[in-house]
Structures are given as C-alpha cells and as structure tokens.
Write a protein that binds this ligand. Structure first.
Ligand code: ADP
Ligand code: MG
Length: 400
C-alpha cells in the first residue's frame, strides 16, 4: 500500500491534491449526531496543509441514488470540518466549472469540500466507462490523489477506485491506521475470536458470513439481520426486518457452521412493538412468539446475557451493527449490554460501522473502552473476510 510518503510530502507543496474522505456522518433533522468520521479525516488534511498542498475533499453522504437531495448536501459537514481545521471552503459542485474554478483558486495549505459525490449517478455505476468518465473529471481537478475514505474502500466507485488509476495516488493517514488494526485481527488473532454482527444492512452483511466462518470461533448475530436466521430456522418473524431471498442461503450457512464447529449465537428472546417509536407499546417475547403485526426491534434480556457469556472469554472481538434500534431508548438495552460485554472482554476489541460507533458514544461509552473504533463497518468486514478491497488494491504496487 502506497502511503503519503511515496508521493513525497514536500513535492506536494503548492499542488492540488484530491482527497477522498468518508464524511458520511449520521444526521438527524439537519444536525450531525456524531462527527467522528469528520474528526477522523483531520490528520490527513492537517498533514497536507502543513506541507502547503491545496486539498479538495470528495465524500458521499447517505444514499441520494444519483440525484440531488438537498438534505444530503455536504454543506453542514464542511462547516463542522471548518470548526475543527480552520477555514474550509464549501463548493456546491463536483466536476463542473464551479468545482474547477474553486479548486484552481485554492491557496497553499487551503482546503475545499466538494458536494456529495453520490448526487452524480455515475459515481456508483456498474458500468466501467460511466465511472471512468466521472473519474476523469475528478482527476482533471488535481495533480495527486489521497485515498482516506476507509469506510468506502470496499466499493468500486469512481471517487474511490477509478480516480486512483488516473493520478499518482496514496493512502491517507486514516486508511493507514485502520489497516494496521485490521492486520492485527487477520494475522494470528488471539483466540477465542468472536465476531458480533447486527444492524440493518442485512443483505450486505449476510454475504460476508460465509467467509468469516473459516476464521472465527464464534459468531454472535443480533439486530435486524437475526430475523433472516430465525426465519431460516422456520420461525415466524412478523413484520421484522427480513431478507426472504436469503433464507435458503442462511440455512446453508447454519449447516456449514455446524460442520466447521463454529458456534452461531442467535437471539432467544426479542423486544417487539408495532413501530420503532418512543411511545410504542413494547413486549419481550420468546423468538417463537413474535406477533404477526409486530417487529423485533431489540434483543431481549435473556439473549443479552447469552451474548455477554459468548464474549466473556474472547481474546479478539470484532463488533459491527447495533443489536436493536438503539436510537429509541426503549430498544437500546441490547446494544448497551453487548457494548458492555465487548468493552469488558479481555483482549483486543474493535468496533466498526458508522451507526455502531455512534451507538457506543450515544450510550455513554468512552472511546478508550474499546481497543479501536473503526470508521468503516462494511470495509472492515470485507477485509476480515480476506477479500480484496478495490480501493486498497488500487494503491498497491508502483501506481501511475
Ligand atoms: P453500521 O452503520 O454500524 O454498520 P448498520 O447501518 O448496518 O450499522 O445498522 C444500523 C441501524 O440498524 C441502526 O439505525 C438501527 O436502528 C438499525 N437496527 C438494528 N436492529 C434493528 C432491528 N431489529 N430492526 C430494524 N432496524 C434495526
Ligand atoms: Mg450504518
């Protein structure tokens, strides 16, 4: 992996450098609810500013799906970055005339944040030529590229992968630090090695489990993804999150885990309600008693105890995905219990994922209660599976 040194720090003085950061922070009603990812982008930008580079920052925010969604503008994010870093210019454009004028106008050590890259459908296109055309537009803005959006390294997207093939490119400080931790998890992890999965990106995360089975001793599954497992065991899950198309795959996984001697811990009880609302009437029920019109919104207390027991002797833990809808206090207890158990586990504990990181913070845990809090859930998981991350692979070797 090429790092900023390989670009020659001093050679960057006066140069326009495009930085792909991951400033995809959780927001509610227009306010940033956790600025961790913004803070994580600061070291690279400071370093570039210190050597007199002119940084243009690219990022996505949310999933606007190729159209301009004003609520997903990076303007408030640029403002927050400015509070942390000193003056930051926001440019409501990515590859148009306004962007090139703004980037050309930067002085040494100055920073601009461009608009949400996902307002342009080509950013995430499956068509190489479409992505390539957008990447050429990005590349025209700058003389070098620094890849520091750890959370998107597993995505073959224009601002992550394609642009890195067009400019002299290197990994930023955040990517280097995250990869260093993940290396510790993949090369000789201390055992037992336990991976805890939850959250809402069910299909993404189910896909990784097959490959994790060969690496871990125990898998603990809660959150929205647990219901596809429960359905695979023939249980009725009411209106809970469910990926019906993946039930068969999960059934296979359960057989495979059994054959490999990997324990998969699933919920035995859940907290249900008709909606994920603060005033909803909730009930704690066994997993075979979920009402037809109810949704499972948290793991129950017996499950929390079992999950904590599965973590109590773990010497390596990776946790991605809240155990329930922690944003609503009455569905946060499971996530809190698991966070406590992960924090108390005797070895290296890594928490990954935007919402997972936000959850532990919102629940009042200090950052140093965990060995490492990663800015990327999906990227970490794919790395841990042993898969090549396109955004990382493109930074290997000699480069442009
Ligand atoms: P991360 O960002 O840490 O990778 P995800 O984005 O996959 O995590 O999932 C986070 C979201 O999952 C949270 O907003 C939480 O409310 C939601 N969630 C967790 N459990 C459930 C559940 N049982 N039903 C619906 N949503 C859930
Ligand atoms: Mg998330």
């Amino acid at each position: 992996m090429r790092t900023i040194e390989s670009l020659g720090d001093e050679a960057l003085a006066g140069k326009r450098v495009l930085v792909r950061a991951d400033l995809n922070v959780p927001m509610r009603d227009g306010a940033i609810t956790d600025d961790r990812r913004i803070r994580a982008a600061v070291p690279t930008l400071r370093r570039l500013a210190a050597v007199g580079a002119r940084a243009a920052v690219l990022s996505h925010l949310g999933r606007p799906k190729g159209v301009v969604v004003p609520e997903l503008s990076l303007a408030p994010v640029a403002e927050r970055l400015g509070e942390l870093l000193g003056p930051v210019q926001f440019v409501p454009d990515t590859v148009g005339a306004a962007a090139s004028a703004a980037v050309s106008g930067l002085g040494d050590g100055q920073v601009a944040v461009l608009e949400n890259v996902r307002f342009d459908a080509r950013e995430t296109s499956k068509d190489d030529a479409e992505r390539g055309a957008l990447a050429a537009g990005y590349a025209a803005l700058a003389e070098a590229f620094v890849s520091d959006g750890f959370g998107v390294l597993h995505r073959k997207q224009a601002s992550v992968y394609d642009v890195a093939r067009l400019l002299p490119s290197a990994a930023g400080e955040l990517v280097a630090a995250e990869v260093a931790v993940l290396e510790r998890l993949t090369e000789h992890p201390d055992r037992p090695y336990v991976v805890v999965l939850g959250g809402a990106k069910v299909s993404d995360k189910l896909a990784v489990i097959g490959n994790l089975l060969g690496r871990v001793d125990r898998l603990v599954v809660g959150g929205g993804m647990a219901f596809t497992f429960l359905a695979a065991q023939g249980l009725a899950t009411g209106r809970s999150l469910l990926e019906p198309g993946l039930v068969d795959t999960v059934r296979q996984l359960l057989v495979e885990a059994d054959e490999r001697g990997v324990a998969i811990e699933l919920p035995v009880d859940v907290v249900t309600a008709a909606q994920a609302a603060p005033d909803a009437t909730s009930a704690t029920v066994a997993v075979d008693a979920i009402g037809e019109d109810q949704m499972g919104l948290d793991i129950g207390p017996r499950t929390a105890e079992r999950f904590a027991a599965a973590l109590s002797d773990a010497r390596t833990v990776f946790w991605n995905g809240p155990m329930g809808v922690f944003e609503v206090p009455q569905f946060a207890a499971g996530t809190r219990a698991v966070a406590e158990a992960v924090a108390a586990s005797p070895g290296l504990s890594v928490v990954g994922g935007g919402d997972s990181a936000a959850a532990v913070r919102q629940l009042g845990f200090a950052d140093d209660a965990f060995g490492h809090i990663s800015t990327g859930g999906g990227a970490s998981l794919e790395y841990l599976e042993g898969r090549e991350l396109p955004g990382l692979a493109v930074l290997d070797g000699e480069g442009v």
